[in-house]
Design a protein around this ligand. Structure first.
Ligand code: C2E
Ligand code: CA
Length: 336
């Protein structure tokens, strides 16, 4: 009741709600960690039910032991900077040159091996770790861009932002600081945002995108076609690129419906001044079809899967990008 009393903020009267989760000792746990995590689960259940409060109940616990363990270890992996970033090259469809890459988070867990990003990103979102995770990915990516620039490799790298990141008002100033500190020009960085994330809070997101745009960071709509937004609305935002979702690209060469959708999306996007990227190209025929439809850039396993930074550098070298100058790491290299 106390929380729900309206708060006056200048001319606005704001009403705040709360959801409460309750765990009892000893039924639901005998130590602080167990009680807190069960109270947390009950809190999420209260939110989902919009019931205000809930007692912990085992049957509602989607926090199976693996999940709980993963969350606490993910937190540690983010803090220790032991998450990895892999890169998937992006090709210019007209001449097959490499123009950039997409940064994809990877987590190699001591016991479980590689945890799929789909899984740990959702965990991070739910556990309030997205800000730190994205900062870690950005730091790593910017330092890789810096290193490649030193080798004379000029690429633009795309980093994904999640819904949570788009509600983080201080993100643009943190990014600006990271770029300034590393001396990486901001046009080497792009952000990918899904339609769904934009729709969560359009006005706020539009403001944040404006800040990125002012920093000269390229903005791309990711997974285009899977949400419900119109291209006309998206165009009101300061976005530069459209990434057509893999589901439309797969078999575009022999599915006439997909061809129509992809063709008209590319035409419309071009008319609105947007660059178009096709993702998930796996076959030469798909590549050829997209080239004939005047799509600008392509990504997919046909060219390369996402690779660890070092392998990506070898891949670049094999595709005509300045190879690494020989580096003498250790004195032992000189005296075998
Ligand atoms: P997404 O944004 O749709 O990313 C593209 C996914 O498709 C990646 O999977 C990529 O490896 C995969 N892919 C690329 N080309 C092909 C292809 O030709 N065929 C097939 N079958 N797959 C292809 P990945 O790396 O497992 O990532 C899955 C999802 O996890 C991503 O989907 C994204 O939603 C999320 N994710 C990954 N890294 C990050 C990150 O750093 N930040 C955020 N916020 N989300 C991330
Ligand atoms: Ca995507």
């Amino acid at each position: 009741a106390a929380i729900e009393t309206p708060v006056k903020l200048e001319d606005l009267s704001l009403q705040i709600g709360a959801s409460i989760g309750v765990a009892l000792a000893p039924e639901h746990g005998e130590d602080l960690t167990a009680l807190m995590s069960h109270a947390d689960t009950a809190m999420y259940e209260a939110k989902a039910q919009q019931s205000g409060w809930q007692f912990y109940r085992h049957e509602h616990d989607s926090n199976d032991p693996r999940r709980l363990e993963l969350i606490s270890e993910l937190r540690r992996a983010i803090q220790n900077r032991s998450l990895d970033v892999w890169y998937q090259p992006r090709i210019d469809l007209s001449d097959r040159t490499v123009v950039g890459a997409e940064a994809l988070a990877r987590w190699n867990h001591e016991r479980y091996g590689f945890v799929p990003p789909d899984e740990f990103i959702v965990l991070a979102e739910g556990a309030g770790l997205m800000r730190d995770l994205t900062d870690a990915i950005l730091e790593r990516t910017i330092s890789d861009i810096r290193r490649w620039a030193d080798y004379g490799i000029k690429l633009q790298i795309a980093v994904k932002l999640s819904t949570r990141n788009l509600l983080d008002d201080s993100l643009s100033s943190r990014v600006a600081k990271m770029l300034a500190k590393s001396g990486v020009p901001s046009d080497r960085l792009s952000f990918e945002i899904t339609e769904t994330a934009i729709m969560v809070d359009r006005e706020r997101v539009a403001g944040l995108l404006g800040e990125f745009h002012d920093l000269d960071i390229t903005l791309a709509i990711d997974d285009y076609g899977t949400g419900y937004s119109s291209l006309a609305y998206l165009r009101e935002l300061p976005v530069d690129e459209l990434k057509i979702d893999r589901s439309f690209i797969t078999n575009v060469d022999f599915d006439p419906h997909k061809e129509v959708i992809v063709r008209s999306t590319i035409e419309m996007a071009h008319n609105l001044g947007l660059v178009v990227v096709a993702e998930g190209i796996e076959r030469e025929e798909e590549f050829a079809m997209l080239a004939s439809l005047n799509c600008d850039f392509a990504q997919g396993n046909l060219m390369s899967k996402a690779l660890p930074a070092e392998q990506f550098e070898h891949w670049l070298a094999a595709h005509g990008h300045p190879p690494k100058p020989p580096v003498i790491d250790r004195v032992t290299d000189l005296c075998p």
